[in-house]
Design a protein around this ligand. Structure first.
Ligand code: NAD
Length: 298
């Protein structure tokens, strides 16, 4: 693929390694973040520093954003010094943050008014997926624009076309519903076992061998038994995603009672000061409700 100039906005846990892969593939990266130290880190990897989203966009063929939430994406693209104030018509815009599908559609409509094609392209696979370029990338927007974006997205992972603008974010919301449910199921299974005096290792072994098997329990069950809730994906981010799920359900008139319950349980996690822990720490919420502790084996 011909080398491009790519503006990369949002250089955190995910954005920094993703921009690194783009540079390794031969592209020129112009990097911007609200935190100067985050820019310096990526400049140390070979990028050029950008002064604002507007300035980054003015110099780029493609702009990628990887910021926390919907208001951040609105600011990055729509503010006075935002991407749309600087981008030339035809500049390809890829928002890879996890945000509301409704906001994704709104920003893409504004981009279209400036002649800039835009895709929503959120990811799953976490920090490991970002570092190893194995992210699953869920893409919404015009299918022809998707074809144009594939060679760039493939540098960071595996893109799947999901449908019209916002569909990538909708699929990501579906992903986060299922992951939350699996963690809550794991938490309730382990706490019931603790209350009834069954060895939690037996529970994990047996559930993993049958219809109840989930990757969530395979990866995080054994760590929960060691009391290890160091974050892969922070609970406060999953709480943000459950807010997105509920907003989206309201916008489309979907009734999602289990997601509402998951939202409450994650609210309790934040209220107890566990937002910086891994989302598997929902085990601690169920332990608290049941006044029980899953025995820790170190
Ligand atoms: P992070 O907090 O590590 O990084 C976000 C970066 O964006 C920070 O450096 C922050 O300073 C910057 N930023 C915030 N507002 C900005 C603005 N207005 N302009 C420019 N920069 C701004 O977060 P992360 O873990 O890299 O997550 C980014 C997105 O990816 C989130 O939407 C998250 O839900 C999603 N995601 C994360 C993971 C994961 O495992 N970490 C997995 C899948 C999806």
């Amino acid at each position: 693929m011909e080398a491009k100039t790519i503006g990369f906005i949002g250089l955190g846990i995910m954005g920094a390694p993703m921009s690194g892969h783009l540079m390794k593939a031969g592209h020129k990266v112009i990097a911007y973040d609200v935190v100067p130290a985050a820019i310096e880190r990526v400049v140390g990897m070979g990028a050029t520093a950008g002064a604002s989203p507007q300035a980054v966009a003015a110099q780029s063929d493609v702009v990628i954003s990887m910021v926390p939430d919907s208001p951040d994406v609105e600011k990055v693209y729509l503010a006075e010094d935002g991407v749309l104030a600087g981008a030339k018509p035809g500049t390809l815009l890829l928002d890879m943050s996890t945000i509301s599908p409704v906001t994704a559609q709104k920003v893409a409509e504004e981009a279209a008014k400036k002649g800039c094609p835009m895709l929503d392209a959120p990811v799953s696979g976490g920090e490991v997926g970002a570092k190893e370029a194995t992210l699953s990338i869920m893409v919404g927007g015009d299918p022809q624009v998707f074809e144009q974006a594939v060679p760039i997205l493939e540098v960071m992972g595996k893109p799947t076309y999901c449908g019209a603008s916002g569909a990538g974010q909708t699929v990501k919301a579906c992903n986060q519903i299922q992951v939350a449910m699996n963690f809550i199921g794991m938490a309730e299974a382990l706490v019931l076992g603790a209350k009834a005096g069954v060895d939690p290792e037996i529970i994990i072994k047996v559930l993993s061998a049958g219809y109840a098997q989930t990757r969530v329990m395979d990866v995080r069950g054994p760590r929960a038994l060691q009391g290890d809730y160091a974050p892969g994906f922070k609970a406060r981010f999953h709480y943000k995603d459950l807010n997105i799920i509920r907003e989206t359900a309201r916008a489309y008139g979907a009734s999602l009672p289990a997601s509402a319950l998951a939202h409450e349980l994650f609210t309790a996690m934040i209220a107890n000061g566990w937002g910086e822990l891994d989302h598997s720490a929902v085990v601690k919420v169920i332990e608290k409700l049941s006044n029980a502790e899953v025995p820790v084996k170190r």
